[in-house]
Design a protein around this ligand. Structure first.
Ligand code: FAD
Length: 222
């Protein structure tokens, strides 16, 4: 079995895991990503990347590829009851999550990055850093970086009394429409808002957030 004891182990090959993997590989650090899924795939609709995120994208060296396949809105416009309230200039890239994911994955692999699929973390030892997986394997590693998402198993393993994600009282829908739009639109309402932005030259992503009357602080179900 391969020795990863000098490696930084990243848990999760999502957007954050792949981004960290690229940065560490470019710094010459030995890295291994462990991913619970069997293949690389991405769900979701659009994603809006603001200037701080763009700095990371630029440093990784995928800004041009990303911009060429994405929406590059120059303005955000605010509406109420279909009437335009105001607008201001923005420097953001709006894209599909698939496009961002594909570019990060390609970059990580082109840097010689390695991903071990079908490796779902089941326990972590921080004293003598090692990770065990539900497939029965375990590895000693140098450091562990938890990038395993909002319902992080790593967080619950390390912080036994960690707070669980709680429902905020907002329900959100996302989707992609076959529609050409050049600016970002934000529609404000009394108990909702809708954000739409171009993810490329032919498609627009929308996010609709509705505030429910009953605010339930229970654990999120999905
Ligand atoms: C269905 C869905 C749709 C979404 N759509 C959008 C959207 O359209 N736009 C947007 O901006 N945000 C969206 N989000 C929010 C999303 O959580 C973040 O935008 C983003 O994915 C966070 O990136 P991440 O890398 O931190 O986590 P994730 O993308 O969740 O990646 C975590 C990775 O870790 C892996 N993993 C989890 N547990 C383990 C384990 N125990 N062992 C090993 N690997 C593990 C997962 O398989 C996954 O590959 C969506 C979330 C979900 C769940």
């Amino acid at each position: 079995m391969k020795d990863y004891s000098s490696h930084i182990a990243i848990i999760g090959a999502g957007i954050s895991g792949l981004t960290l993997g690229c940065v560490l590989k470019q710094s010459g650090m030995p890295v291994i990503i462990f991913e619970k899924s069997s293949t690389a795939s991405e769900q979701g609709a659009g994603i809006s990347i603001s200037p701080n995120g763009l700095r990371v994208i630029k440093n990784i060296g995928i800004e041009n590829e990303l911009r060429s396949e994405s929406g590059n809105p120059k303005e955000v416009q605010f509406f109420y009851n279909q009437n335009k309230l105001t607008s201001f200039p923005v420097d953001i890239v709006t894209t599909s999550r698939q496009c961002l994911y594909k570019n990060l994955l390609n970059k990580y692999l082109s840097l010689g990055g390695e991903i071990l699929f079908d490796h779902e973390v089941s326990s972590i030892n921080l004293t003598d850093p090692s990770i065990s997986f539900s497939n029965g394997s375990s590895f000693n590693v140098n450091h562990i970086a938890a990038c395993d998402g909002i319902k992080s198993k790593c967080r619950s393993l390390i912080y036994k009394d960690a707070e669980q994600p709680a429902y905020s009282g907002y329900s959100v829908w996302r989707g992609i429409l076959e529609k050409n739009q050049t600016e970002n639109h934000i529609h404000l309402g009394p108990n909702f808002h809708i954000v739409t932005y171009p993810i490329d030259n032919t498609r627009t992503s929308f996010v609709a957030a509705v505030k429910n009357s009953k605010r339930d602080r229970g654990v999120m179900e999905n």
